[in-house]
Write a protein that binds this ligand. Structure first.
Ligand SMILES: *[C@@H]1O[C@H](CO)[C@@H](O)[C@H](O)[C@H]1NC(C)=O
Ligand SMILES: *[C@@H]1O[C@H](CO)[C@@H](O)[C@H](O)[C@H]1NC(C)=O
Ligand SMILES: *[C@@H]1O[C@H](CO)[C@@H](O)[C@H](O)[C@H]1NC(C)=O
Ligand SMILES: *[C@@H]1O[C@H](CO)[C@@H](O)[C@H](O)[C@H]1NC(C)=O
Ligand SMILES: *[C@@H]1O[C@H](CO)[C@@H](O)[C@H](O)[C@H]1NC(C)=O
Ligand SMILES: *[C@@H]1O[C@H](CO)[C@@H](O)[C@H](O)[C@H]1NC(C)=O
Ligand SMILES: *[C@@H]1O[C@H](CO)[C@@H](O)[C@H](O)[C@H]1NC(C)=O
Ligand SMILES: *[C@@H]1O[C@H](CO)[C@@H](O)[C@H](O)[C@H]1NC(C)=O
Ligand SMILES: *[C@@H]1O[C@H](CO)[C@@H](O)[C@H](O)[C@H]1NC(C)=O
Ligand SMILES: *[C@@H]1O[C@H](CO)[C@@H](O)[C@H](O)[C@H]1NC(C)=O
Length: 451
């Protein structure tokens, strides 16, 4: 019997022997009827269905692969050394979805779709403030300086950026919210994307500000006033932990933890995988021409060196994705934004199959609202009247020269992803000509000699 078989039968045993309540909850989330394309796709989207006959799009669920929870997770080391491979290196058996994406690739939409899953615990861009903290403090010759990471647990950590990123992600994945940097907790985005976090942040903000001030003072203090400061900090931290208690419980009782981030490199993800056996990774990417034109529409006009840098990051991440696919089959899926926009139902179903969640009616309704919404939102909004149109809108106002330059810069990625170079301006503007070959990118990547 292989390990996964053993694991799943052990899980089943636990389930059957376990509480009825647990079983009911499990049933609600995990047990899913096999679903074919035709029985659930709403009428408005029937046009999508015939296109989506690729491979295993209609394959059946394998509910035994997920939701074998051992919660709550109790004994976890959050030290940066904890990723060293050891004999027994599992940090948590929780079900996890990690959305690894890039700016303007539809990751907010995908995150919101997964947030809609009942009892999912969703965290939006947790690394945003950590990144700016390091950017603020690591300037000039201090490129790799370690930075004081202020948290509401009693541990003071002086960490370099990679360790800070690693420790933040692990804190979320183990529901140790008190081990998150103060600034992560007060990031206004949590409240925007997660109602329950709003209360926690509101409750904790005062003490977090206090804690920040006290910790700064502490750095400059010695002697007797130090002990008093430490005591005050512990009081503030204690109050912060109380504010987080409810959120922490939601996290521990959730059936799936979802993180969406544009700030996590695939190299770090590869290091996380052995520690989180029930983690699934979605690598979300997009036609670079559309991505950079969309950056411009939000007011950020990247120069070609920034574009080259991003395409290089993408290319490294694709190469590591290939290695993950080799080493850990069924752990990583590459999703193209265009697929999500043009075939939202089929693609979301594919994603839900992959992570082992039921593609419920609730999710389908949410999707229909999001992808063919009546209101057309701002650049940061995810409400779109017609998502197919949105996906290719960039072709209307990118300059032909820019399109050609980006094609040249990102050529290596584009080949495996099926994005076609533009040869003439007419071709760029003529929307009835596709600039993408629909292919199974995973297969293309496996066959590719470039990666
Ligand atoms: C793409 O190919 C991979 C590897 O052969 C396969 O596992 C996957 O199911 C395919 N995806 C689709 C949508 O057919
Ligand atoms: C984890 O558990 C072990 C053994 O029960 C204990 O020695 C260790 O201190 C615990 N670690 C933490 C971080 O609680
Ligand atoms: C995860 O599951 C494995 C196998 O079921 C078990 O041996 C291990 O103790 C669990 N680890 C944690 C951290 O729950
Ligand atoms: C940054 O510093 C840490 C130790 O503080 C070291 O392990 C790491 O390799 C350094 N990274 C770079 C990019 O120099
Ligand atoms: C922090 O220290 C205080 C006492 O100094 C203790 O009561 C509290 O449990 C500690 N908290 C953690 C998370 O270790
Ligand atoms: C306290 O710290 C200051 C520098 O911040 C130092 O000059 C002074 O010697 C220290 N005093 C003691 C008693 O350690
Ligand atoms: C591109 O066109 C859209 C409307 O179609 C507009 O909102 C956007 O500002 C334009 N972007 C640039 C950079 O001109
Ligand atoms: C779509 O969203 C609107 C506004 O949020 C809501 O009133 C409506 O019920 C939603 N429709 C569906 C089908 O979910
Ligand atoms: C969305 O736009 C595409 C391309 O312009 C068009 O083919 C399609 O019919 C539109 N879909 C809806 C639902 O309006
Ligand atoms: C757009 O492309 C289609 C398909 O090749 C072609 O029939 C049509 O004439 C083109 N339209 C323009 C305006 O070039």
């Amino acid at each position: 019997m292989d390990t996964s078989m053993k694991n799943s039968s052990k899980c089943m045993l636990t389930l059957w022997a376990g509480l009825t309540v647990l079983l009911i909850r499990w049933n609600r989330i995990c047990s899913v009827e096999p679903m074919t394309k035709t029985n659930h796709v709403p009428r408005a989207w029937n046009t999508d269905a015939p296109d989506r006959q690729m491979g295993s799009a209609t394959r059946e669920y394998q509910p035994d692969q997920l939701h074998c929870q051992n919660r709550p997770i109790d004994n976890v080391t959050n030290s940066p050394q904890s990723h060293a491979i050891r004999g027994s290196n599992i940090i948590s058996n929780a079900s996890i979805v990690l959305i690894v994406a890039y700016m303007r690739t539809g990751s907010t939409l995908l995150g919101e779709i997964l947030r809609e899953v009942p009892e999912s615990f969703y965290i939006f861009e947790p690394l945003r403030t950590i990144e700016s903290k390091f950017n603020r403090q690591n300037t000039g010759d201090k490129k790799n300086k370690s930075v004081e990471i202020n948290t509401a647990d009693n541990i003071t950590r002086l960490l370099d950026k990679n360790s800070a990123v690693d420790q933040s992600i692990k804190s979320i994945l183990t529901c140790h919210l008190e081990s998150l940097e103060y600034d992560i907790l007060t990031d206004r985005h949590h409240a925007l994307f997660k109602d329950s976090m709003k209360d926690a942040v509101q409750c904790a903000r005062g003490n977090i500000n206090k804690g920040n001030k006290l910790k700064n003072l502490l750095l400059k203090t010695n002697g007797t006033s130090k002990a008093k400061l430490e005591e005050d900090i512990e009081h503030a931290n204690n109050d912060i932990r109380l504010c987080l208690a409810k959120e922490k419980e939601l996290c521990s009782n959730s059936f799936i933890i979802v993180i969406k981030t544009i700030r996590l490199r695939m190299r770090r993800v590869l290091q996380l995988i052995p520690h989180f056996p029930n983690m699934k990774v979605i690598h979300l990417l997009r036609d670079p021409r559309g991505m950079f034109q969309s950056w411009a529409n939000t007011g950020f006009r990247a120069d070609f060196s920034q574009i080259a840098k991003e395409c290089h990051t993408l290319s490294t991440n694709i190469a590591i994705s290939k290695s993950i696919i080799h080493q850990y089959p069924e752990k990583l899926k590459i999703i193209q934004y265009e697929e999500l926009a043009e075939f939202p139902y089929a693609t979301t179903k594919e994603i839900f199959d992959f992570v082992g969640l039921a593609f419920s009616e609730k999710i389908q309704k949410f999707l229909s609202n999001k992808t063919s919404s009546e209101t057309h939102g701002s650049a940061y909004d995810t409400n779109r009247r017609n998502s197919t149109e949105t996906a290719s809108k960039w072709r209307k106002n990118i300059s032909f020269a820019d399109a050609q330059t980006i094609d040249a810069i990102c050529v290596e990625n584009n080949e495996v992803l099926g994005y076609l170079p533009v040869k003439t301006e007419q071709e760029l503007r003529n929307m009835s000509l596709s600039l993408r070959i629909r292919q199974n990118v995973t297969q293309a990547l496996i066959k590719s000699y470039e990666f």
